[in-house]
Design a protein around this ligand. Sequence first.
Ligand code: MN
Length: 479
Amino acid sequence: MTTMSAAAIAGQNATPDLRSWLRHLAATDRLAVARAGLSLTDEIAAVSKRLENERAVLFPQPGGHAIPVVANLFADRSWVADSLGVPTAELLARFQAAVRRPLPWVESAADAPGQEVVHRDVDLLRQLPIPKHNELDSGPYITAALLIARNPQTCIQNVSIHRCQVSGPDRIGVLLLPRHTHHYYRLAEQAGEALEIALVIGAHPACILASQAIAALDEDEMNIAGALLGRPVAMVTCKTNRVRVPAQAEIVIEGRILPKVREPEGPFGEFPQYYGARADREVIAVDAITHRHDAIFHTIVGGGREHLVLGEIPREATLLEHLQRSFPSVRDVRLTRGGTCRYHLAVKTDKTSEGEPKNIIMGAFGGHYDVKQVVVVDMDVDIDDPNEIEWAVATRFQADRDLVVVAGAQDSKLDPSADGGISAKMGLDATKPARTGPLAFKRIHVKGVETVDLGSVLQHDPQSVFVRLLAGDRDRASP
Ligand code: MN
């Protein structure tokens, strides 16, 4: 099977942008359009949530705004594969290849569609349709913006997604977890300076997915996006700072994360299906908003399908790449749905030696601090099926022998069972012994179950055959 590039999915020579993906969704009957004028408070999120497993939704004139909102860009991993132009089975390999061979972005000299309209007099809620999502969220949140920041020392850019609370007309409260943006911010703050940033709303899925890669510090995720697209992303300089943003963006919010300023942010409904608490957090001062004449505003319902799937695939691909560097026997990984697509990792391995699964477990803990539980299984276990993973634990795992527990490690700050981001890690080696007798751990199997042709072995009129069988019974039973 030949694979299409994401650019090909977008149409011959079409520019890879958000609207090329929306056109593809519409052409394949996966885009619903709501009645005009739905409310930005709760209603857009409610409709999106109801349709999260089946349809993307476009909301015209939300809350009276000219700019429409779109949600549910991905309902499952097959949509993600489709957006990158690969079969689902090749999705992680395709992402891994992009991580291994990134394609650097290029400066664009042309006028950028994302800068057709420029607002220097900023009023976030007046100029943009920003929804409120979960019931107890503190208010409207920008949830699908790529936060692009420049390392103040190296000038290399980082791309990531953060929840952004609208705290005032030109003020945003932002949650910075202890990864790359936070590191850049600390460098700026220690020098007494603000960190220049841009929030990019509405980009091609490849850019959004790349932002979720577990890349190394100073590895610009936009270069991974370029490799996914098969062409470099064209970037332009912001109007009020030096950050480069995709020229094809729908909307860009330019600003600075202020040094020595913390203001209340939260609560906000998050991917673990709980609210992240209100606390004093970093603050973005907004300097300008730019957008297309006919811009589209992308939003993600916190903790919804899109949120989970979007984080899952790039994290799986990069954790797989990370593990395979040390363990060639590792074949596949899944961040399971029950584990919020972040905390629980299933690893499939072609085990060659005893003990190796425990090394794999320790490697996975080092891959990302979010990973809290690792189950290592053999090649005959389907890691897309939670029942299969549990079966492996039930029949190939002994807690006194196969359990790894690490106390007091760094964990997700959004895990409510953790103590301020400190928690235990658990690893389960649910593999069978590398060498066993011929029948030990041999999975039962009925010969022919996969190949039997039911059309040829079943009668087409079972009811009448059954009635005749019973009639024969009665005739024999009669005196
Ligand atoms: Mn990064």
